[in-house]
Ligand binder design. Structure first.
Ligand code: FPP
Ligand code: MG
Ligand code: MG
Length: 323
């Protein structure tokens, strides 16, 4: 499996600068936020989202350097993503993220809610100062979509009648909208023509869907140690993802266990066994591969370059996490 960091080689220096800038931008205002910023941006996350934005910036400007506005867009993307995770960890009561204590567990819920709000607000401010109305529209829609995805997921808790299409809609809001709209915004800043912008959006959308489906598969197949939480936790908390929805088609008995929210002894184990003895995981892999393939196809009209190759390889990397 190729390491994701080696895929980011064409933007390695850009990502280094991004980490520095994020700490300065966020930390300058308040000591607690400085601590939170150190905590959030110091702990080498994968920086997948800003890496994709920077790669798309370079892929759409093959013979020129990227602009400070492209860099700011990548920073805004990471701020929005991080803000959503700080709030998500409060909502999900998660103690660890990437093996590190979450902001609310290190500080308090109050600090985490305010730190998340501050990050969203600051991202919006920097977005406005990019002074490009189309980019403002794309990224402000992302913030709305993140909230929408979280609300839909909350409303659909333990709803065994959820369709795969509704699951994909929710996954678009929760994960793919950020990738789709931010890579399209990179193209807008590069003054790419409209038909190409549609392809960039499609790349981000399909990559994001593949990424979320893979994440949902890993929740069942990875060990507790790798996940940092017990396998099957999404389902136990009522978040019904592709493997469960497909398994429900083969095992109607699963519905009863979900309806009573796994409240009886052995319910969860029985449900996990039904999923194992179904095509749920295999069908989910096929669905992820389908979206990864559509993401790859969307890059066809971009001129050949090292950043474009990296964007293509990322579609394989996303799938390689489940093999
Ligand atoms: C991670 O999902 C969470 C998200 C991708 C988005 C969370 C969005 C919010 C909490 C809404 C943001 C609020 C505003 C004001 C816009 P997960 O919990 O499935 O994954 P995890 O395992 O990484 O926690
Ligand atoms: Mg969570
Ligand atoms: Mg969540």
């Amino acid at each position: 499996m190729s390491s994701v960091l080696s895929l980011f080689a064409p933007v390695e220096a850009d990502l280094e600068l991004l980490s520095q800038n994020l700490k300065t931008l966020i930390g300058a205002r308040h000591p607690i936020l400085y601590a939170a910023a150190e905590h959030l941006f110091g702990s080498k996350g994968k920086q997948l989202r800003p890496a994709i934005v920077l790669l798309m910036a370079r892929a759409t400007l093959p013979n020129q350097d990227i602009t400070p506005r492209h860099r700011r867009l990548a920073e805004i993307t990471e701020m929005i993503h991080t803000a959503s995770l700080v709030h998500d960890d409060v909502v999900d009561e998660s103690i660890l993220r990437r093996g590190m204590p979450t902001v609310h567990s290190s500080f308090s819920n109050r600090v985490a809610v305010l730190a998340g709000d501050f990050l969203f607000a600051q991202a919006s401010w920097h977005l406005a100062y990019l002074d490009d109305l189309q980019v403002v529209k794309l990224l402000s829609e992302v913030i709305m979509d993140l909230a929408e995805g979280e609300i839909q997921q909350g409303l659909n808790h333990f709803d065994a009648t959820l369709s795969i299409d509704a699951y994909l809609d929710k996954s678009y809001y929760k994960t793919a909208s950020l990738m789709a709209n931010s890579v399209k915004a990179a193209g807008v800043l590069s003054q790419a023509p409209e038909p190409l912008l549609d392809n960039l959006y499609a790349y981000g959308r399909h990559l994001g869907l593949a990424f979320q489906i893979v994440d949902d598969i890993l929740d069942f197949t990875s060990s507790d140690a790798v996940l940092g939480k017990p396998a099957g936790s999404d389902m136990r908390q009522g978040n019904l993802t592709a493997p469960v929805l497909y398994a429900l088609e083969e095992h109607p008995g699963l519905e009863g266990l979900i309806d009573r929210e796994f409240s009886q002894e052995g319910d969860l184990e029985q449900a996990l066994e039904m999923i194992d003895n179904s095509q749920g995981l295999a069908k989910s892999r096929t669905l992820a591969a389908h979206h990864a393939h559509l993401a790859l196809e969307a890059l066809q009209d971009l001129p050949a370059s090292a950043p474009r190759q990296a964007l293509m390889d990322i579609t394989d990397y996303v799938l390689s996490r489940i093999h």
